[in-house]
Design a protein around this ligand. Structure first.
Ligand SMILES: *[C@@H]1O[C@H](CO)[C@@H](O)[C@H](O)[C@H]1NC(C)=O
Ligand SMILES: *[C@@H]1O[C@H](CO)[C@@H](O)[C@H](O)[C@H]1NC(C)=O
Ligand SMILES: *[C@@H]1O[C@H](CO)[C@@H](O)[C@H](O)[C@H]1NC(C)=O
Ligand SMILES: *[C@@H]1O[C@H](CO)[C@@H](O)[C@H](O)[C@H]1NC(C)=O
Ligand SMILES: *[C@@H]1O[C@H](CO)[C@@H](O)[C@H](O)[C@H]1NC(C)=O
Ligand SMILES: *[C@@H]1O[C@H](CO)[C@@H](O)[C@H](O)[C@H]1NC(C)=O
Ligand SMILES: *[C@@H]1O[C@H](CO)[C@@H](O)[C@H](O)[C@H]1NC(C)=O
Length: 672
């Protein structure tokens, strides 16, 4: 076994944490090996586990300078204050006597630690940072497993900062990446919502994900942040984790303002686990109670409505026979009063052998896509007709659920901008769906590839945007069902031979009752970067969450850049933040990809960006409906309201209230 120094240290500390907590619940033989190494080394478990540090080399001080003496005082104040029962302390030294040499600093201990443990870590940190890591830098931050310490010659309190940052991975791989990813992120998001709403800005959560395995999640912000900024910070950390996801059994993201971590062993104290404390003060408590009561009542009402709407016989989970599936499906359809129009499943049915032959026995050469549900193959039927075959993985019950969901929905839907289902094949374990084949693949392939982009023109982009809008409008309002897609993104928009956009993948979609407007789910599914904040954070979805995803796509189409994974030197973390800032500075054309600028359609392009920004506003009520969007896209003459700031993108260098906000709601602009 060859371990590099770094790997060795990381494994070592990973295991040493878990030895403190008792035998961990995961079963790696590697772990046993390490455990025995550790026992023989008898590692000092008291020492704080160093993780990462950063010093700014732009700002140094000279020995014996005023800054140094202020910094020394600052560190000793921080150290002294860690003996008090607090996880967090911030202080300032020299503000009055020597304003130009002021030192600002804070420490943050992991929310579950005892006062002693916290003090140990802060004491180590205050020593090591100046002795080992940053001897002459004015600005520094250091992370340990148990605490974080930070100082600077500028005031950074209450400001959300995500730089410098560090992502760390557990080195062990996972076996079922998709499911695990969904689980991890599905857990982190509600935990993040919990943490940001409490005063302590700390929350943990455990979830069983296999017979004997548990997933442990932890999120924490510095408590000087507002709930909004904390949420924004955690959101960015989660997005980062999901984008650079390394198929690892553990990972963490360290930002100056917040950090997140997940592992398959317990790395925090369970008993001392902090529940987000309610804000202090009598008045606030009663408001909090009132809000809790209101939310509970609202949730109960939604639940009753949901139960009423979705009353369905529980389909047997064990049996996958065609009868079970079809009866489940027709049950579903009957509930939506659409029985008369149903194309029966039999009439749509393909012979399994036919599909097998068409796809060359599902050969890898024919594979054209892959998702959480299974794989997609290209097939050619006898008559030479090309089809796409979606083969659902039946290993998980989720595969079956998604299959049923998709059949129920898509068999009912016919629209130029939705991908057409030609039929399905079911045999024993196999569940297949057969669609018309889309020769030009999916939108992401075109918009994020500069070479492919430049083959298209604005007219084509515009037709794609308006095609998506019309397809979505059909789902939301024009079909007899009201459908929320929930996973709109460029890779789910397919393009036919004429580059007409067709929305696909209804595995996550939900049907709403006629009078139902919002629903709530514990299982947040979808793709980070395209999910509306209310859905990602609280599991609340509505037509407006699809509108949000549409807005993100629109901006991506025009800019050629991805919303997440977006990285510019201009201090914007997401495309939305970037577009918003340029909008506010009246430079919005800079969002537009250069090659589009050459066309003479700039006013139409700006109008599209404007509509995109309306769709991604933080408050769902402010976002237009798809019918508004279709009308606005189709007309140059209707005045557009001013957009409010988009979700999670208030740039740290912009004061929101500097901009006047037009309160007019869009529904008054477009009468229905
Ligand atoms: C911090 O120190 C650097 C030089 O060491 C200086 O350029 C900068 O202006 C200082 N920042 C503040 C806020 O005083
Ligand atoms: C800083 O002060 C110490 C003690 O006061 C002294 O020994 C040392 O020489 C000084 N260093 C510099 C660079 O002035
Ligand atoms: C905490 O820090 C303050 C300065 O911010 C200092 O005056 C005070 O003595 C410290 N408290 C303790 C308990 O040492
Ligand atoms: C601690 O941070 C808050 C802002 O979050 C600030 O108002 C306060 O002045 C800081 N305390 C000290 C001693 O600097
Ligand atoms: C995540 O953060 C790391 C820094 O630790 C950075 O290198 C990486 O680009 C970020 N990834 C995304 C997708 O934002
Ligand atoms: C959020 O906090 C509440 C109570 O504070 C708790 O009941 C709930 O389980 C928490 N949710 C998560 C996802 O941690
Ligand atoms: C789209 O597909 C058709 C048919 O395969 C092809 O002729 C056309 O060139 C493709 N369009 C683009 C922009 O690639």
């Amino acid at each position: 076994m060859v371990l590099t120094h770094d790997i060795y240290l990381r494994l070592l500390s990973l295991s040493s944490t878990s030895t403190n907590m008792g035998i961990p619940s995961f079963s790696f033989s590697m772990h046993l090996v390490l455990l025995s190494i550790l026992t023989s080394l008898s590692l000092t478990s008291e020492a704080a586990q160093y993780r990462y540090h950063f010093c700014s080399d732009q700002t140094t001080f000279s020995p014996n300078s005023t800054y140094q003496s202020n910094l020394n005082n600052l560190l000793s104040f921080l150290n002294a204050n860690s003996t008090r029962e607090t996880d967090f302390y911030n202080t300032t030294v020299g503000q009055i006597q020597t304003p130009e040499n002021t030192a600002y600093g804070l420490f943050l201990c992991r929310g579950d630690l005892s006062t002693n443990e916290c003090q140990d870590c802060v004491s180590t940190a205050t020593k090591e940072i100046v002795q080992l890591y940053c001897p002459e830098e004015k600005e520094a931050v250091i992370w340990y497993d148990e605490c974080m310490l930070r100082y600077s010659n500028r005031s950074f309190f209450s400001i959300m900062e995500d730089e410098p940052s560090k992502t760390l991975w557990n080195l062990l791989d996972i076996t079922e990446p998709d499911r695990f990813l969904q689980l991890t992120l599905g857990d982190l998001v509600p935990v993040a919502a919990n943490a940001s709403s409490g005063a302590k800005k700390f929350a943990t959560k455990e979830t069983k994900f296999a017979e004997s395995e548990t997933l442990y999640n932890l999120v924490q912000c510095t408590p000087d942040l507002s709930s909004f900024d904390c949420r924004r910070c955690l959101w960015e950390a989660i997005t980062n984790l999901s984008n650079s996801y390394g198929r690892k059994r553990g990972g963490r993201v360290l930002y100056p303002s917040c950090n997140i971590r997940y592992e398959v062993f317990s790395f925090y104290h369970m008993q001392a686990q902090a529940v987000a404390a309610p804000p202090k003060g009598k008045g606030k408590i009663s408001t909090a109670i009132a809000i809790v009561i209101a939310v509970t009542i609202a949730a109960a009402v939604v639940l009753v409505i949901l139960l009423y709407c979705f009353r369905r016989r529980k389909a047997s989970k064990k049996s996958n026979s065609i009868n079970e599936v079809t009866s489940g499906i027709s049950d579903g359809i009957l509930n939506y009063h659409a029985a008369s129009e149903v194309t029966t499943l039999e009439s749509l049915q393909f012979d399994f052998g036919t599909i097998e032959a068409a796809t060359n026995k599902f050969s890898d050469d024919n594979m054209i896509g892959e998702g959480g549900f299974g794989k997609v193959y290209k097939g050619v039927l006898h008559e030479g007709k090309e089809v796409a075959v979606k083969r659902f993985s039946m290993k998980s019950s989720q595969g079956l659920e998604e299959f049923k969901n998709e059949v129920i929905l898509i068999a009912k839907l016919q629209h130029k901008n939705l991908v057409r289902l030609l039929g399905c094949g079911i045999e024993r374990e196999e569940k297949l769906l057969v669609y018309e084949f889309m020769p030009n693949k999916s939108l992401d392939i075109f918009i994020f590839d500069p070479r492919r982009r430049s083959q298209l023109d604005w007219k084509t982009f515009y037709n794609i945007i308006s095609g998506i809008a019309k397809g979505l409008l059909y789902l939301h309002e024009d079909s007899r069902l009201k459908i929320i897609h929930r996973d709109l993104k460029p890779s789910n928009v397919l393009l036919d031979h004429d580059m007409v956009a067709k929305i696909s993948d209804f595995g996550m979609a939900r049907i709403f009752c006629e009078n139902q407007n919002i629903a709530n789910t514990k299982r947040v599914v979808g793709t980070y970067g395209y999910m509306a904040p209310e859905y990602a954070m609280a599991g609340v979805f509505s037509v407006k969450s699809d509108v949000f995803s549409f807005g993100v796509m629109l901006l991506e189409i025009i800019s050629g850049k991805r919303n997440s994974g977006f990285y510019l030197t201009e201090h914007a973390q997401t495309l939305l933040a970037y577009a918003w800032r340029l909008w506010c500075e009246d430079r919005v054309l800079e969002v537009v990809d250069n090659f589009l600028m050459e066309s003479c359609w700039t006013s139409e392009i700006v109008r599209c960006i404007h509509i995109g920004l309306l769709c991604v506003q933080e408050n769902p009520q402010d976002r237009p409906t798809m019918s508004n969007v279709v009308v606005l896209l189709g007309s140059e003459s209707i005045a557009l309201p001013k957009p409010k700031h988009p979700a999670f993108s208030v740039d740290k260098f912009i004061q929101i209230d500097k901009f006047s906000v037009n309160e007019a709601s869009i529904s008054s602009v477009v009468p229905r």
